[in-house]
Design a protein around this ligand. Sequence first.
Ligand code: DHB
Length: 315
Amino acid sequence: MAVNLSVNFCGVKFKNPLVLASGILGITASSWRNVVKNGAGGVTTKSIWLTEHKGHRNPVIIANEHYMLNAVGLPDAGVEKAREEIGKYLSWKASPLIVSIVAGKVADFGEIAENIAGLKPDIIEVNISCPNVEGEFGKPFACVAADAAQVTREVKKRLDKAGVKIPISVKLSPNVENIVTIAKAVVDAGADALTVMNSMGPGMAINLEMRAPVLANKVGGLTGPALKPIAINFIHDIYKALPGTPIIGTGGVMTGEDAIEMMMAGATLVGVGTGVYYRGIEIFKKITDEMQSWCKANKISNLVSLIGAVQRHSE
Ligand code: DHB
């Protein structure tokens, strides 16, 4: 018999815990539906800006068997264009949609959230942690607790003003001294959930012949399988410090066992991003099959029972 992989995240039902992470595979309704057709439980959009935002010059990505480094620069046509695609996708009543938003100013985060609130996306993910986007104060908002909290309050305030209840998940940065302090500040400010974590770095790779950095932006965010232990440690600590706060775990997930590891650390949903480059778009179906096999072999009938299992074990 098939294992029940469904999870409830902030009141939204997902048929399985795998979601497409933000920044992967475009910003069209048809590309999101294609991900769902390939087995994802839900999708996260690329980060949406208030107005058109130009990305970085090429080359923007370098990938090899060990890691990926990217400084795409969050190119986007702006919220008006995004509204069309979000509206189209939601009209299909496919799997849940998480809309990622990004801005360089606190007020702009609120403006975008209020603008899309009427479309009623299932969840809004607040991207305060892109390593290539600085906030008003010269550092990503996610790197300063007060700034991270201010963005969170602004988004909640503007959603209240719009009169719709949409849960928000604030995406944290691994590049901080104490991620639990930031997580607590954001939850105190009203975040319903946390996405743990964005890419690490920035990092640099050098082209030996050119004696110059490979990426036009010189540096980029580091992703790939080696990030998983870092993400697991953060999820573990945040789940312990904030036991009632749902977590989207992202960082280096390639296999069903990786996804289960994320859940045992405390994640309810599991984001897959760079994994799509390594195993193709079929990765979602492959991972759910691998989760099914692991659960059957270990006599687990309901995946939800594994969330935070490490915590209960080590108490
Ligand atoms: C970019 C955005 C991110 O959130 C990230 O982690 C790395 C790179 C970008 O588009 O440049």
